[in-house]
Design a protein around this ligand. Sequence first.
Ligand SMILES: Cc1cc2nc3c(=O)[nH]c(=O)nc-3n(C[C@H](O)[C@H](O)[C@H](O)COP(=O)(O)OP(=O)(O)OC[C@H]3O[C@@H](n4cnc5c(N)ncnc54)[C@H](O)[C@@H]3O)c2cc1C
Length: 475
Amino acid sequence: MSAPDPSTAATAALAGAKPLAFWLDPEVEGHEVPETASALSGEITTDLAVVGAGFSGLWAALIAKERDPGRDVVLIEARTAGWAASGRNGGFCASSLTHGFANGANRWPDEIADLERLGRQNLDEIEAAIARHGIDCEFERTGELLVATAQWQADDLAVEAANLRELGYTTEFLTEEQTRAEVDSPTYVGGMFDPDAVAMLHPAKLAWGLRAACLRLGVRIYEQTPVRDIRSISGGLRLESRSGAVTARRVAWATGAFPGPLRRIRHFVAPVYDYALMTEPLSEEEMASIGWKNRQGLSDSANQFHYYRLSADNRILWGGYDVIYHYGGKVRPQYDQRPETFERLAEHFFATFPQLEDLRFTHAWGGVIDTCSRFCAFFGLAYGGRLAYVSGYTGLGVGATRFGAEVMLDLLAGEDTERTRLEMVRSKPIPFPPEPLRYTGIELTRRAIAAADRNNGRRNLWLTTLDRLGLGFDS
Ligand SMILES: Cc1cc2nc3c(=O)[nH]c(=O)nc-3n(C[C@H](O)[C@H](O)[C@H](O)COP(=O)(O)OP(=O)(O)OC[C@H]3O[C@@H](n4cnc5c(N)ncnc54)[C@H](O)[C@@H]3O)c2cc1C
């Protein structure tokens, strides 16, 4: 039998895909979308206002109540909890706080052992909180298999596995045969398996579950309430929306890729679009044809990479590769759909798994990521220490947002903790330049990265210069 043409298979397979994130689709069995809370109206006061109900804000509100049940906490969300990146991501809940070990080790070599330990502890705490609050979010601590589809990637993975083993983790390098015994693709030439560092989960169910846990602990939630202005007043900050205002002693600002009225973080964040597809559930024969028994999350290891994983009902989520920045940092609902990216992703899917040529995609969607030039979260205080913020997770925030929430609460309490002492927490990324330089720089970098992938990973002068400056662009 000859291999199917990936391009023909892609077009046919996408024909019936809904333009909607699978996780947020109310028609999927088991999706109990919470009723939207009412908007803030009139004047209220609180001890702590958390702005943004993605994972960063939901964790901040929940942990604030857990740390001090007597504190009054208000959570304010522009639309509905989890509608943005937090409800539509790949569901890889990683221990890494630094967008992968290599990025952290390059930037903070003296701190990487602590950052890895704190990250793994953070993932343990996510697992414990999910159990404690009875959140059914299909959490599976499967570990992650990074696969190499070219020899230079396998060489890099071998070095990374050795570095992680030196820190005491049980990360293994896998040969081509060992990798294909885990998941069978003709494109694999090697792999690296970390059994402990990543869990798979249903992101929207986690967001809905955290929201419910917040309500049970007494957090007051207002949805459909974009905060438009922040003002210093005596005793706190006044956050204004169209229909009401909250006066808060302290504010945790957790608005992801949307800095809004917090102008000081705008230069650090570039909103970029990332895309994903979901297949229909695989039959037993289809599962057997790819041999994916251990349910690990997978990513390939080029600079432009795919991430893929199984859902609870054995669909495959397949995302990544293209990272799209729109001039001026524009964010628009219509950008959530990008047919040329969906075609490309589907082609790559069938090139990876030619065994699945008859499989169809049921959902195709995109979402915005808060990219910053160092690829991992940055933190800070504003308004005389009364507002703490976090942003910049750059595509690896499902797990790290819980750590970010803890940092915001530590900073607001003025506490000196192991977290707040980290250089990673005390330093800021290099800001992006204004337009048109920002767009030009990002496009040049995207092209150089694609060229490096075609060229056995060799980085051109532009990329090596950015590397030396500690700058870059990623998803
Ligand atoms: C397609 C895709 C795939 C991804 N895959 C993964 C993955 O597999 N693993 C991983 O670790 N990460 C992944 N990510 C990234 C991850 O989803 C994010 O890092 C994480 O969800 C960020 O959470 P957040 O709470 O900081 O931001 P968000 O989830 O974006 O939440 C911010 C919230 O703030 C609200 N808001 C904004 N402005 C205001 C305002 N002025 N007033 C009130 N509310 C406001 C927004 O409405 C929004 O609900 C992916 C992202 C995308 C888009």
